[in-house]
Design a protein around this ligand. Structure first.
Ligand SMILES: NC(=O)c1ccc[n+]([C@@H]2O[C@H](COP(=O)([O-])OP(=O)(O)OC[C@H]3O[C@@H](n4cnc5c(N)ncnc54)[C@H](OP(=O)(O)O)[C@@H]3O)[C@@H](O)[C@H]2O)c1
Length: 336
């Protein structure tokens, strides 16, 4: 098996190496899975730098999620899984930047045969995050408004797809015009390019008297919360799912207390680690069906083979990408 190992903290190519070794023997509850595709996500580089919820021990097998096919099953893992296409859940117990990987059977769910491999490979984290962002904090009704920063990112794209399907209106915020165009095409009702000037006034004007019931923020820092709070309805929710600025959001006290705007943080991996198996299977079956139907369709900028890992790692960390970078094991090649 070939796989990418993290050998020291950092996010440049020198912190990683391509490792080739014979397939590890299967334990009774294990599966051997041949990967079709696995994405490189921002969180992978938070992890490789030591800034993530999971701390790596070296050498650490990289890659949180992916899709593949079961080649072999251990004696207690269920022979019926052999030959099936499976999603590898982002538990961080196995590395998916690999052509083959040994996975405990509890860390996979079966997915359909016909959906696009790249899209399925990205299902475990971002669409699940979008699902929880939209369902956990407020009851959204058709016609309600949500606000969304990082609207052009993969989480944002999944939020837009799921919100539109529920008839919820979207005010997307991005940091450059090309991204705004992309988000308009995805179906956001209003898109604002945040240039650091008067964000709150511009959001208020764009909403034209309407209020946001939910704000989903990936930028962090005091500004976004302070600027958007006046446009959030009393009793509404503000949820942090990331902090690209490295700063926590800060909700002004009067908005928090007098208008009871609640502030939350979401880490979808806690759900993957702790949710009952039936719930995991149900949610991923629903999301996989939406991939199949083309409702969930994250932009892809490039795919690489494993031995091109240096280019892939650099590309995935390039600012202003127009989509995801993935390792693809049957069809490497840059798509744009
Ligand atoms: N809490 C959770 O459970 C959870 C789950 C999934 C993801 N996340 C986090 O959510 C974030 C987005 O993930 P993703 O997969 O959607 O990423 P992605 O597809 O790579 O998109 C990255 C987004 O971040 C924006 N961005 C990058 N640096 C920025 C900065 N310094 N200031 C403002 N915006 C910046 C990008 O804007 P440009 O296009 O303009 O560069 C783009 O909108 C990551 O931090 C990821 O770790 C959290």
């Amino acid at each position: 098996m070939s796989r990418i190992l993290l050998t020291k903290l950092g996010s440049d190519a020198e912190s990683f190496r391509l490792d080739d070794e014979p397939d590890r023997p299967l334990g009774p509850g294990d599966l051997l899975v041949a990967l079709e595709a696995a994405p490189l996500n921002p969180a992978d580089f938070l992890l490789s730098n030591g800034w993530y919820a999971v701390q790596p021990e070296f050498p650490f097998a990289m890659g949180a999620e992916g899709v593949g096919r079961v080649l072999e099953a251990g004696s207690a893992a269920g022979q019926a899984l052999v030959g099936r296409r499976v999603l590898i859940l982002p538990t961080y117990e196995q590395g998916t930047w690999a052509d083959r990987v040994v996975v405990p059977a509890r860390n996979v769910v079966i997915v359909g045969e016909t959906a696009d491999a790249l899209q399925l490979a990205m299902l475990g984290i971002n669409p699940a995050t979008a699902y929880h962002l939209l369902n956990r904090y407020v009851a959204l009704r058709p016609g309600d408004w949500i606000g969304l920063t990082l609207a052009n990112g993969a989480v944002g794209q999944a939020v837009i797809a799921l919100a539109r399907r529920a008839g919820v209106k979207i005010l997307g915020i991005v940091r450059r015009e090309e991204a705004a165009e992309q988000v308009r095409k995805l179906g956001a009702d209003v898109v604002i390019v945040d240039d650091g000037e008067n964000l709150g006034d511009r959001v208020g004007q764009a909403l034209d008297g309407a209020k946001l019931r939910l704000v989903l923020d990936g930028v962090g820092g005091p500004d976004v919360a302070a600027q958007l709070a006046p446009s959030i309805e009393s009793g509404g929710a503000f949820v942090a799912f990331s902090a690209m600025t490295g700063q926590p959001p800060v909700m002004p006290l009067a908005e928090l207390v007098y208008r009871e705007i609640s502030v939350h943080g979401l880490y979808a991996i806690n759900w993957v680690w702790n949710a009952p198996r039936e719930e995991i299977e149900k949610v991923y079956a629903e999301l996989a069906e939406l991939v199949e139907k083309g409702v969930l369709n994250a932009s892809v900028e490039a795919t690489y083979s494993l031995d091109q890992y240096r280019e892939a790692i650099a590309h995935a960390q390039r600012p202003e990408r127009s989509g995801k970078v993935l390792f693809a094991f049957d069809r490497p090649g840059t798509s744009s």
